[in-house]
Write a protein that binds this ligand. Structure first.
Ligand SMILES: Nc1ncnc2c1ncn2[C@@H]1O[C@H](COP(=O)(O)OP(=O)(O)OP(=O)(O)O)[C@@H](O)[C@H]1O
Length: 525
């Protein structure tokens, strides 16, 4: 960036020298006939072109690298603060921040910082030159300052609110479009295309209105800046009429380059307003606090893998009722436990507490001998493999979907996991095997195959505790029974917590608990 700025200043200096010298020779030739133009001028001209080119190459490269780093930082922040998932509305908003807001920062250095630096350094140079022409010529600094500093500041203030509005409108548009596209099947089944389109168009209209306002401001600023620059040049010429003609032509030529450098600044002021709003949104998203704060003094991970809920009370918010109060539950290492209960009883909440996606208001959860609150979330999640009711399959190959469970898994390990999940035969039968591309959400597989693939992915993780939340959701009775038999063998030797509404009868379990009304009761075991 510093090198890019140095190149920019060198190109600017070459431009000023070229214009100043050209002005001088044009004036001399008009006054005194033939003048020999030194070869030096050609070199300066060529150097200016080369310097401009190099400046663009270096500054763009530096900017792209900075933006790539910014996107990674933002993504990491989002992942940390939303470990429990985003949902469509927030996914659309996150996408707008990752793409549009980060892109809006693109112009910050190239179109705002560099010309502003040029304007600041040009001011004393012009002051000396104009003073030399005539003390009255210093008045030209007024239109120069107006274009280079006053108009951009005014534009930045005006664009602040508008930029924030445009950012919000874009995020709303993306969320609405993403939601409609993700649920396209339902939209078609209920013939709701018109309504969905109207909702998206309303968002689009809000975005276009904000954009139109920005475009109007841009053209007005461009016109005012252009008129002020012409007025400055005219003033320099008129005042110069009283003085030395050659020096006046030199001054006017240098002024042309100076105004050319700062003419884009009023528009940059608008950009700055937008970039500031975008930066605020990026920083806000990247630094959002995680739902569960990390322990200030984490303790080492315990050796044991037993889990114990001790008098745990939890509710999602102060104004919501407790999901359960004073709940105690023992899950010995290596045991196989089912937690049953009606919808809304709080079964998945037990999983969320165990995965440290939420924290209890009272009581303690223990992993081995350690308090879960004192353990780093990431380390806890390495101990617990989770298969939820809506496990996401990515639009990628089967191999890459599996490798989410273990990025370094060998070919043999992948096949072993597929074998354990009784999916190996099916995948072997596919022409492209593990390289078969899955449609979005795994739509190229049947529901049962998709669940088995998700199970194989879970099994790839060597976590000693398996947390299975409704792993058979969406499967028919026969496939469900088959799936449970697969689970029985595939999960041998690990601590298994099975969350379900009811059992198929095929499960191998040590204990069964029923959760109702916020209390656990032993159902069998
Ligand atoms: N993120 C949340 N914010 C607020 N309330 C929530 C949240 N998640 C769940 N709840 C509420 O907490 C209660 C327990 O929900 P939970 O998902 O644990 O039930 P469940 O037994 O797993 O239900 P199901 O069998 O339908 O999945 C419900 O009343 C639910 O509405």
């Amino acid at each position: 960036m510093i090198f890019g700025a140095a190149l920019f200043l060198a190109a600017l200096a070459a431009g000023l020298a070229l214009m100043g010298a050209s002005g001088r020779y044009i004036a001399l030739s008009l006054l005194g006939g033939g003048v020999l133009v030194p070869a030096m001028l050609q070199y300066i001209g060529a150097a200016r072109v080369v310097l401009r080119y190099l400046e663009r190459v270096f500054t763009h490269e530096a900017m792209f690298r900075a933006l790539a780093g910014l996107r990674i930082w933002l993504f990491t922040g989002l992942a940390r603060s939303a470990a429990g998932g985003l949902g469509y509305r927030r996914a659309g908003d996150a996408l707008a921040r990752l793409v549009n807001d980060v892109d809006a920062l693109d112009g910050l250095f190239l179109r705002i910082f560099l010309p502003l630096l040029g304007a600041v350094l040009l001011t004393p140079v012009l002051a000396v030159l104009l003073w030399h022409e005539h003390p009255w010529a210093l008045a030209v600094l007024l239109p120069f300052g107006f274009v280079a500093f006053y108009l951009p500041a005014l534009a930045a203030r005006a664009a602040g609110q508008n930029g924030a509005r445009a950012g919000l409108a874009m995020s709303g548009l993306r969320s609405a479009a993403l939601d409609a596209l993700s649920g396209l099947r339902e939209v078609k089944i209920y013939a709701a295309e018109g309504r969905m389109l109207a909702a998206v168009q309303a968002r689009e209209a809000a975005y276009l209105a904000a954009q139109r306002e920005l475009a109007g401001q841009t053209s007005a600023l461009n016109a005012i800046a252009f008129i002020a620059a012409q007025a400055g040049l005219l003033l320099a010429m008129l005042i110069g009429l009283a003085g030395a003609p050659v020096f006046t032509v030199i001054t006017v030529f240098v002024l042309i380059t100076a105004f050319e450098t700062v003419l884009g600044l009023p528009r940059a002021g608008l950009l700055y307003g937008q970039a500031r709003a975008a930066a605020a949104r990026v920083v806000e998203a990247a630094t959002a606090p995680p739902a569960v704060a990390e322990p200030l003094a984490p303790v080492p991970m315990p050796a044991g893998n037993s889990v114990a809920f001790e008098h745990v009370s939890f509710r999602y918010a102060d104004n919501l009722p407790f999901v359960f109060e004073n709940l105690s539950l023992q899950l010995p290492a290596g045991s196989r436990t089912a937690i049953l209960g009606p919808s809304g009883a709080g079964k998945s909440t037990i999983a969320a507490l165990l995965l440290k996606l939420v924290v209890p208001q009272r009581g303690q959860i223990r992993l081995g001998a350690a308090d879960l609150a004192a353990l780093p979330s990431e380390a806890v999640r390495h101990r617990i493999a989770y298969l939820g009711q809506t496990t996401h399959l990515f639009a990628d190959t089967i191999r890459n979907n599996l490798r989410l469970g273990d990025p370094t898994a060998s070919e043999e390990k992948l096949w072993a996991a597929l074998e354990a999940a009784q999916l190996a035969q099916t995948i072997m039968g596919l022409p492209e095997g593990l390289d078969t591309w899955l449609g979005e959400g795994g739509q190229n597989l049947s529901g049962g195959q998709g669940r088995r693939l998700a199970l194989a992915r879970t099994l790839l993780s060597e976590a000693p505790i398996l947390l299975l939340d409704e792993p058979c959701a969406g499967l028919d009775a026969d496939t469900e029974t088959e799936f449970m038999k697969v689970l029985n063998t595939a999960t041998q030797g690990r601590t298994v917590v099975l969350i379900a509404h009811r059992l198929t009868g095929a499960e191998q379990l040590d204990r069964i608990w029923r959760l109702t009304g916020g209390a656990l009761m032993a159902a069998a075991g």
